[in-house]
Design a protein around this ligand. Sequence first.
Ligand SMILES: NC(=O)c1ccc[n+]([C@@H]2O[C@H](COP(=O)([O-])OP(=O)(O)OC[C@H]3O[C@@H](n4cnc5c(N)ncnc54)[C@H](OP(=O)(O)O)[C@@H]3O)[C@@H](O)[C@H]2O)c1
Length: 276
Amino acid sequence: MTTVPALPLNDGHTIPQLGTGIWQVPAEITAAVVASAIETGYRLIDGAFIYANEAGLGDGVRQAGLPRDDLFITTKVWNSDQGRDKARAAVARSLEAMQLDYFNLVLIHWPCPTKNLYVETWQALIEMQQEGLMRSIGVSNFNADHIARIVDATGVTPALNQIEVNPRMQNTEVRAANAERGIVTQAWTPLGEGKSFDETAILGACARTGKTPAQVVLRWHIQLGNAVIPRATKQQHQAENLDIFDFALNDDEMAAIAALDRNARCGPDPRHFEED
Ligand SMILES: NC(=O)c1ccc[n+]([C@@H]2O[C@H](COP(=O)([O-])OP(=O)(O)OC[C@H]3O[C@@H](n4cnc5c(N)ncnc54)[C@H](OP(=O)(O)O)[C@@H]3O)[C@@H](O)[C@H]2O)c1
């Protein structure tokens, strides 16, 4: 079975560099998708309250039958749950939905700057981490200025920032700011809706290595040092995405993929996204 490298987090824990996400996985198949992912070799499942499939995530974990401590389970506090009391209730509700005792990682899903509650929400996560409800705490879709604000207010640096990264949206500035503070960057929509799969930079690397475009893109993330969480409902995709640790892209291939950056997002801009 493939061994996925572990990345150190700044709080003493580690995180598998590759996991799988379950956004848009229908609730009725989530348990089967999660169990299949774990049986295929994944140990990290990236969930969120807003994905409306947390019960399935928990059921899938139990179906797979591995000890809880062998797995890394993430959830996220949704925008409408920001603020101390709501964030506490949201984490309790997610634990209940998944029938779990603790999370490995809880993230603030979006900063929602206009709500102006992300500092208070971060303080709530710090409290809950101290109470043992989660091992690690982090953020998602935070820019450098959002991170500076929570660190200045609390003295606690997030372990991880989950942001959009793919060949057409490389998010170089936020990745660099994360690295400067010792924050792991975890890439969401890492395959970028396949929009770069027919680029020469990708196809050239496929031809040399015998790998698929998805494998080349995921390997690019791994070599950048990103943690990465591709979603795959098909078992064949799950297996393919795990099979990226037996080859390497060379410097020319890494440079050619770097040149695909268009600053073109698949998802919203965190400076403006406030949706409940
Ligand atoms: N924090 C945030 O705000 C945020 C935002 C978006 C996403 N996320 C997280 O990031 C995870 C991944 O992002 P995502 O779900 O948007 O997109 P993604 O992982 O980039 O792409 C998923 C799509 O790619 C297909 N796929 C997977 N492996 C493939 C392969 N080897 N070859 C061809 N196609 C393949 C999947 O198909 P099949 O399903 O048919 O296998 C699915 O349609 C999410 O599930 C979620 O956990 C977080």
